[in-house]
Design a protein around this ligand. Sequence first.
Ligand SMILES: NC(=O)c1ccc[n+]([C@@H]2O[C@H](COP(=O)([O-])OP(=O)(O)OC[C@H]3O[C@@H](n4cnc5c(N)ncnc54)[C@H](O)[C@@H]3O)[C@@H](O)[C@H]2O)c1
Length: 248
Amino acid sequence: MRLTGKTAVITGAAGDLGRALAQRFAAEGVAGLVLSDRDPAALDAAADAVEGAGTKVSTLVADVSDRAAVDAVVDLAAETHGRLDVMINNAGVLGPTARIHRQTATNWRRVLDVNFFGALHGVESALRVMRPQRGGVIINTASIAGLTSWAFAAPYGVSKAAVIQLTKVAAVEYAEDKVRVNCVCPGVFPSAIHAENGAEAMALMAQRHPLGLGNALDVTGAFVYLAADESRWTTGAVLTVDGGCTAL
Ligand SMILES: NC(=O)c1ccc[n+]([C@@H]2O[C@H](COP(=O)([O-])OP(=O)(O)OC[C@H]3O[C@@H](n4cnc5c(N)ncnc54)[C@H](O)[C@@H]3O)[C@@H](O)[C@H]2O)c1
């Protein structure tokens, strides 16, 4: 087990990747998990599904676009477990798909509020605990959409590019506090975020992945590596897990 004794927060924990991360982290021996999402019923179900002897699971409903709500999640972890080792900023939305001239200001703001400001709030909030404790790991869920062009999803791609840049700058700024900041850029895997995408759109996306579309579990190993002590010399990394998509 690679995460024995650690405490982790996961936002967007009721979603497909968030649930897979919670289950994988418990299987890797994490001692404390604080799961958060804006969807209360799905969050309870996600917590119930975590199986890990010795893993204490807490939940708190929070909208990541609200900095105070994210602070409350981080505070819960720090108060319950006395420290926070791993902060995973994973909540995200795709937003309405349309070409740029058909995107509204409301769409742009909503997607940036959740994907970019949500991650920023998680970084800021975790630093309040990790800097004084002289260590910790922040992992942002970015996307290959922040590295390559995905038509009809400009707000999403721009928000994820911003998350990647936030990751790199934060990694440099907080290395002296022994806080590592990395991001994972998954390729496309079926999840609720694609609920509005039909079979044709998913098939087109699959064509851009030499190994085909993945699944949430395929992505979790990268998070385990970045959370574990074996990655102690890795910070500012932009780790693609994408079935070869960005190699094309
Ligand atoms: N599925 C993919 O193809 C894919 C690819 C690359 C990156 N990602 C990223 O992975 C992460 C997880 O997505 P997923 O695929 O599991 O989708 P998902 O829709 O299953 O999960 C997203 C979760 O985030 C939650 N959420 C949304 N807005 C929120 C808010 N304001 N506050 C708190 N929680 C909120 C949702 O309730 C949901 O539970 C996202 O950041 C997404 O952008 C997904």
